[in-house]
Design a protein around this ligand. Structure first.
Ligand SMILES: C[S@@+](CC[C@H](N)C(=O)[O-])C[C@H]1O[C@@H](n2cnc3c(N)ncnc32)[C@H](O)[C@@H]1O
Length: 403
């Protein structure tokens, strides 16, 4: 799949000047080169030399992802791949941060205006206790993380994330970085045809990329995004207005939201769980159960569990744990999420993993070269209810509270 479109320039998004844009595009291309140029070389390197060298040294072939890592870290090709990937990641944020810093005063002004015009509640508190698993390190190497701020009104980390994640995903999340939310919405629409949630909670919403599609899909519903990052929820609130939607955003923790029990029809999250911790995850599942009305749905879109894939794929994916400041990435995939949902109170027969086809694939088709027309049509945000498209999907864990 080749993608040639650009990020949708909404009113809250930082505007890159010529040089900044060139640097940003370079980092996106470098990431693409790592993915498409270097990554495929790892398999033959492993098969033709690294596995053999391991077997010679240990008297047995590599058995699991840890053995494979031991075999691969000694190999120069792997070292070259891993170092280039890390450098691309660090350069990406650097290219965005300079641009955001340069225009921060005008960006803050634009965001203040948007905030004032969004009637949906915005809640943030400079004294909010950010969990250590978020504050202790810069997850995926984003300097400052999700929650750093100077004056309790800061939006910088949100702006950096919005632009940075577009480059990080190399555009494959769509012009509004919203493919996950759109895909889960499509999934709900297709699999639960009569389901009309009136109140929807998106946990770990960051800047609302996945939250806004729920408001589009269910315009009469109250949609609330929560996150522990103050700059993220402030930016998200303005961004949703910039996209024409009044969505509420609040600085709260998914572990203990403070919302009334039984007050939501649908609780979702998108790539939240792998950025929490082994202690937080069961608490979040229990909180979802508490928050749902009888018959309500919990849907977590995140990374597929390791036991669904072969050890070499596990090893490749687990590089995020080792080289991208994602300490819980691998451990989360080993957790028994089905058991956790059961322990939280969801009836066993309602809990399952499934795949939500990527909305972007369904729109354009896996082999389509994206054009400006396709980008425009995507930005119009049409929800398609097409057939399952091969080649791309988000893993979702679903459970339903007893009626
Ligand atoms: C990868 S981002 C999620 C991206 C977002 N859901 C989307 O689809 O664009 C993970 C987010 O989870 C937030 N987070 C981590 N732990 C949390 C918690 N206990 N409660 C709420 N948000 C949390 C982080 O601050 C971060 O913004």
């Amino acid at each position: 799949m080749v993608n040639t479109f650009q990020q949708h320039q909404h009113a809250a998004l930082p505007r890159a000047n010529h040089d900044e844009r060139a640097r940003q595009e370079f980092t996106k291309s470098l990431k693409q080169f790592v993915q498409q140029g270097l990554l495929p070389g790892l398999t033959p390197v492993y098969q033709t030399r690294a596995a053999k060298a391991f077997e010679k040294e240990h008297g047995k072939p590599p058995a699991d992802r840890w053995d494979i890592r031991k075999a691969m870290v000694k190999d120069l090709y792997f070292q070259h791949y891993a170092a280039t990937n890390r450098i691309a990641q660090e350069l990406l944020w650097e290219a965005v941060i300079g641009s955001v810093e340069r225009q921060l005063p005008e960006l803050e002004k634009a965001i203040a205006d948007l905030t004032a015009s969004n009637p949906a509640p915005l809640e943030s508190d400079p004294a909010f206790p950010v969990p250590r698993y978020v504050s202790a390190l810069d997850i995926h190497c984003m300097p400052g993380g999700y929650a750093s701020e100077i004056d309790g009104k800061d939006i910088a980390q949100g702006a950096i994330y919005d632009r940075g994640v577009y480059l990080y995903a190399m555009g494959y999340m769509g012009p509004d970085n919203d493919d996950m939310g759109r895909s889960v919405c499509n999934y709900v629409k297709r699999k639960m045809p009569g389901f009309q949630p009136k109140r929807i909670l998106d946990m770990g919403c960051t800047v609302g990329h996945s939250t806004v599609p729920f408001k589009e899909q269910f315009p009469d519903a109250e949609v609330i995004g929560i996150d522990v990052g103050g700059p993220c929820v402030r930016y998200a609130h303005a961004r949703s207005k910039a996209l024409g939607h009044d969505v509420s955003f609040m600085q709260r923790s998914a572990e203990d939201t403070g919302f009334e029990a039984g007050s939501f029809d649908l609780v979702v999250s998108h790539i939240l769980l792998h950025e929490t911790s082994g202690q937080a995850m069961p608490r979040i599942f229990r909180e979802c159960h508490r928050l749902l009305k009888p018959g309500g749905l919990m849907i977590h879109a995140d990374l597929p569990p390791f036991d669904l894939m072969d050890p070499f794929t596990q090893f490749i994916l687990d590089n995020e744990t080792y080289y991208n400041n994602e300490p819980f990435w691998g451990a989360m995939r080993d957790k028994d999420q089905i058991g956790m949902a059961r322990d939280a109170g969801f009836p066993a027969e309602t809990i399952r993993f499934d795949t939500a086809p990527m909305a972007i694939m369904e729109f354009a088709g896996a082999d389509t070269t994206y054009t400006e027309d396709a980008a425009e049509a995507l930005a119009e945000r049409e929800f398609t209810a097409g057939e399952y498209a091969p080649g791309g999907g988000w893993e979702v864990l679903i459970a339903q509270k007893a009626a």
